[in-house]
Write a protein that binds this ligand. Sequence first.
Ligand SMILES: [Zn+2]
Length: 59
Amino acid sequence: MVRGFKLSRRRKKNRRAHHKFAPPLLSICPRCDQPKLPHRICGNCGFYGEEKIVDMKKL
Ligand SMILES: [Zn+2]
């Protein structure tokens, strides 16, 4: 293995400082306008897209 160049500790830590936090993955439910996780059913109304997946009144 050949390194092109050596990164100093400062450079290595500085680079990693940028990928500590993931961006907040939230989308807005089109039915109830509540924030929800994308590609998941809405935790508020139980709909995914146009389909009702979970009846929230039963739970
Ligand atoms: Zn919803």
